[in-house]
Design a protein around this ligand. Structure first.
Ligand code: SF4
Length: 329
């Protein structure tokens, strides 16, 4: 497949990046709409100015089979900080601790090209919602350096519609994780404001842009949307409502990845309702719901799979040490 952004002129790609950069001046890059001028170094909720800050760039083999098929894996670009603050975030070392200096715009471009040389199937932008302008700038440079891989936009679904619209025709694959159906729980456990409203609008826009995930003869994805949903203990994620939204308001043809990997890390041990793993019964109930709603493709996880090993971002070169070794290039 030819990546979407390669079908745009370099000039149009640069125009989109410039248009996106302007949003930093009164920041509403994500739905929080902090209104701060990040170009002047004023920080909002995500604590980043207008310089791209990426904590780690590495091959990752923990994504669903249409992304990690063959030997390639996904060349993941783990963005520093986040626009949510989930009490149980497994990436809290990079998402919620004070941002350290990471890869900047040009370095991210070089890292993306390096991951391509190492055999990645795709480039994955992980937690990109608060730095879309910077990632677009980086993509402009990377394309000139020879990047051709498709882009996966791997998001918490707390995205702003105008920002997403700038990605139309650039991103090939959307990978949103719909985290909650209940706004009050989203506020309590992730500091999200109107999460349900924004996440649904975002996912509908992603679907409008790319349609359901298509998988080619090679077994690799060729564009589209796959929705993730992390099953939380005690029904906190609103799994039934979320699956109803996918099946009835998107399409039962949209593949769903039901994630069982929840672990009580970071601040979650102090929250009684989040202080345990999910049970086999809770996970089976989620799978049954998806089947009952007629969702055609369901990606399930083994509750004890090694995919559940938590990352350690103190080792930025290899934050997933128990996964298949990365290829050095
Ligand atoms: S991207 Fe950051 S500064 Fe901008 S609105 Fe979102 S949280 Fe606020």
């Amino acid at each position: 497949m030819v990546s979407a952004y390669l079908q745009l002129s370099q000039k149009e790609l640069e125009r989109r990046a410039l248009e996106a950069y302007e949003i930093y001046r009164e920041c509403c890059v994500c739905p929080r709409s902090c209104g701060v001028d990040r170009t002047a170094g004023v920080l909002g909720f995500c604590k980043l100015n207008d310089e791209l800050n990426v904590s780690s760039a590495t091959l990752h083999f923990g994504e669903e089979p249409p992304f990690t098929g063959g030997s390639g894996g996904v060349g993941n670009i783990f963005v520093a900080s986040c626009n949510l603050a989930c009490s149980y975030c497994q990436n809290y070392q990079i998402s919620q601790q004070e941002p350290r200096a990471g890869y900047s715009t040009r370095q991210v471009a070089e890292e993306m090209v390096k991951l391509q040389k190492q055999g990645a199937n795709f480039i994955g932008w992980v937690s990109p919602s608060h730095v879309v302008p910077g990632l677009l700038q980086s993509l402009c440079i990377a394309r000139e350096l020879g990047l051709t891989l498709p882009i996966i936009y791997n998001t918490n679904a707390y995205d702003a519609l105008p920002t997403l619209k700038l990605l139309d025709g650039i991103v090939d694959i959307y990978l949103p994780d719909i985290k909650y159906a209940d706004d009050e729980l989203a506020r309590k456990h992730s500091k999200g404001i109107d999460y349900g409203l924004h996440s649904k609008a975002s996912v509908l826009e992603m679907y409008r842009q790319v349609g359901p995930l298509k998988v080619g003869h090679s077994g690799l994805a060729e564009g589209g949307i796959l929705v993730r949903h992390l099953v939380l203990p005690n029904g906190l994620a609103g799994t039934w409502e979320t699956l109803c939204f996918i099946a009835l308001e998107l399409s039962a043809n949209v593949p769903v990845s039901l994630m069982s990997q929840y672990r009580p890390v970071h601040k979650a041990l102090d929250v009684p309702e989040l202080s345990r793993k999910i049970t086999a019964d809770e996970y089976q109930t989620a799978l049954d719901m998806a089947n009952d709603l007629g969702i055609k493709t369901i990606f399930a996880q083994d509750l004890n799979s090694e995919i559940h090993n938590l990352p350690d971002f103190d080792d930025i070169m290899r934050p997933f040490p128990l996964q298949k070794a990365t290829v050095t290039g």
